[in-house]
Design a protein around this ligand. Structure first.
Ligand code: SF4
Length: 319
């Protein structure tokens, strides 16, 4: 099959757009969507040569964050308005994190990007291997780990004086989260998702959190994997031994099935979700502002007296 835009052989067909693309037009299409998202979210607004913006990229070593780092580096390396730093969280998972850490280091070194690593053991005095072994609250590993990671990404980005925190979530991740939030019937979760990482920066009301952005959120996971392959970007493909997320797995299967029969489903989910989340967010604003406070133990922003991270750390240390 030939490329829809030229006479080269196509390497991919994207049913949601009806296009066959050769490698050159495929690469252009990925990078164009990242540029468009950066513009649409207003990421560079307010940054100048004299007052450059510090962007911290969460780099796990997986394909998404590797592709994000690579594209942002190529796009912004010569732009004096932005400085890039990679931040990797080391959860302390034997085997898995050691290998992905090496891949992350290799990538950032080859691109000449500053790379900082923050670990659960240094920040909280525990690692995931110990958490899983003790499991004081009888939860799955990801329930602890997700809370710890969110907290440390914020703390780490703060220590690095970040203006923006960027992560590699793709269209599949985001449409799954959107549908899971709807299916849980949890409107406050929807508003949090919107406020933290989907709203354009000009509309963000909260100033105490470091604003997050997901520049790959318009791009399907398979296309990111193909881009990494075509551009020969090193990434770690192993899976965490503690990974359990049966609800997300079910939703993923459901969306991929719908996408097969109705191309464009993921894009429509996100379009409708963002519109709904924006309305829900403005409706909940006064309540959110009044319920936010600083954790009395660590100072993190939370809706409780003691944040969830401190509750989990104390539980593990008490065993
Ligand atoms: Fe942590 Fe779960 Fe991810 Fe493993 S799969 S790194 S336990 S959140």
């Amino acid at each position: 099959m030939k490329c829809t835009k030229c006479d080269q052989d196509a390497i991919i067909f994207t049913p949601y757009s009806g296009s066959h693309l050769c490698s050159t037009h495929f690469i252009n299409s990925i990078e164009r969507r990242v540029r468009h998202r950066i513009r649409a979210d207003g990421l560079i607004m307010g940054s100048t040569e004299n007052s450059p913006s510090q962007w911290v990229i969460g780099v796990s070593g997986g394909k998404d964050s590797a592709v994000l780092t690579y594209i942002l580096h190529n796009m912004l390396d010569k732009d004096p308005r932005v400085q890039l730093t990679a931040l990797t969280i080391n959860e302390g998972i034997s085997g898995y994190r050691d290998e992905s850490l090496e891949v992350s280091k290799k990538l950032t070194k080859s691109l000449g990007i500053r790379h900082e690593i923050f670990s659960y053991i240094d920040e909280f005095g525990i690692d995931m291997d110990e958490v899983v072994e003790k499991n004081p609250l009888n939860l799955n590993a990801c329930s602890y780990c997700g809370v710890f990671r969110r907290n440390l990404l914020d703390t780490g980005a703060n220590k690095l004086n970040a203006d923006k925190l960027l992560t590699g979530h793709n269209l599949d991740d985001e449409s799954q989260t959107a549908l899971m939030n709807f299916l849980s019937g949890d409107v406050s979760r929807i508003t949090k998702h919107f406020d933290a990482s989907l709203a354009p920066f000009s509309q963000r009301i909260t100033t105490e959190f470091i604003p997050r952005s997901k520049p790959l959120r318009d791009i399907p996971e398979k296309e990111i994997a193909l881009y990494a392959y075509v551009m020969d970007i090193p990434f770690y493909a192993g899976e965490c031994p503690y990974a359990v997320n049966s609800f997300r797995g079910e939703v993923r299967k459901l969306i991929l099935g719908l996408e097969d029969n109705h191309p464009g489903t993921r894009h429509s989910i996100m379009a409708g979700y963002e519109e709904f989340a924006a309305i829900a967010s403005s409706h909940h604003q006064s309540h959110k502002e009044s319920s936010r406070q600083h954790c009395i133990k660590c100072g993190s922003l939370t809706t409780q007296k003691i944040c969830q991270k401190c509750v989990f750390v104390a539980a593990v240390k008490s065993v």
